[in-house]
Design a protein around this ligand. Structure first.
Ligand code: PLP
Length: 287
């Protein structure tokens, strides 16, 4: 695959950075994952705006304009499209603070950010029928990450450990809750639940990432006249839900049929998921 590194397109195997890069030493950076289908990105403006917010939160000057980022994305898609004949391509962007001469915690002056991008095979878009989708089972854990989960930081050890706990339990993901037993998000996804035909998702704050799929889905649901509410719900509400879904750029809306060993409703993918994925699919390229 052809990658992007600091102004150059080159084979991924030839992309090299210094071990003194602060991304490597401190996880000091911001990243994004942008999905695309048949050459069309989903939520590009939202992804670039969130990247910009993350960079300013950690005082890295965004090295490029939206137009320049968009151009790099287009070129990465063009360079790699032959390798992914199904046309489902994810673009990963990573900006670290840069390479320093010493390992010292304070933000250094006079370093330029390291900018890396590569293309990867994205799973196909979700089918629009509940009989065709392969639902997830998930674990449930208290969130042990930090208090700035709204920043899409490359310091992902907390997320990685929560995700691995799910894998160790033989399930696909781990849903997280705070000390008040409120569901926040999952280790790499946002969370939705349905009760009595109303869709609920936690409101945005420092406990969760402002998922681009989440925001596109909320707008799509409103346009399709599905009732959606941004409000907290507890792990008890979650286990008692009619449906549970995850959202992320690579999984779109993913139905969940088992949480922490408990079957959700009758254990089948629900009708609301089918209405939701149809609404999402109809709107995703317009967002
Ligand atoms: N929450 C976390 C912790 C994530 O890592 C991600 C994305 O990977 C999401 C939520 C979903 O965000 P998005 O829909 O922008 O992919």
């Amino acid at each position: 695959t052809i990658a992007y590194l600091n102004g150059e397109f080159l084979p991924l195997s030839e992309a090299k950075i210094s071990p003194m890069d602060r991304g490597f030493l401190f996880g000091d950076g911001i990243y994004e994952v942008i999905p695309s289908y048949a050459g069309k990105p989903v939520g590009l403006n939202g992804h670039l705006a969130r990247m910009n917010d993350g960079l300013s939160a950690i005082s890295i000057t965004n090295p490029y304009s939206f137009e320049q980022w968009s151009d790099i994305l287009t070129q990465l898609l063009r360079h790699n499209e032959a390798r992914f004949p199904e046309g489902n391509i994810g673009i990963y962007f990573h900006i670290s603070r840069g390479t320093d001469t010493k390992r010292y915690h304070a933000y250094p002056d006079n370093v330029s950010p390291t900018v890396f991008g590569f293309a990867f095979a994205l799973p196909p878009a979700q089918p629009l029928s509940k009989d065709a989708v392969k639902p997830f089972k998930v674990a449930l854990q208290e969130d042990k990450r930090w208090q700035r989960c709204h920043i899409k930081s490359t310091s992902l050890l907390g997320n990685v450990m929560h995700f691995q706990a799910g894998i160790d339990h033989g399930v696909n993901e781990t849903i997280l809750y705070n000390e008040n037993k409120q569901v926040t998000e999952a280790s790499s996804c946002n969370v939705f639940m349905v009760k009595d035909k109303v869709i609920y998702t936690p409101p945005l704050d420092n406990q969760l990432l402002p998922g681009i799929t989440r925001s596109i889905a909320i707008e799509a649901f409103k346009r399709a006249e599905l009732r959606v509410v941004e409000n907290w719900f507890t792990t008890e509400d979650l286990l008692d839900a009619d449906e549970v879904w995850l959202s992320s750029s690579s999984k779109e809306l993913m139905p969940v049929v088992e949480v922490d060993g408990n079957t959700i409703a009758d254990g089948n993918v629900g009708d609301m998921w089918e209405a939701a994925i149809k609404a999402y699919n109809a709107y995703k390229f317009l967002a």
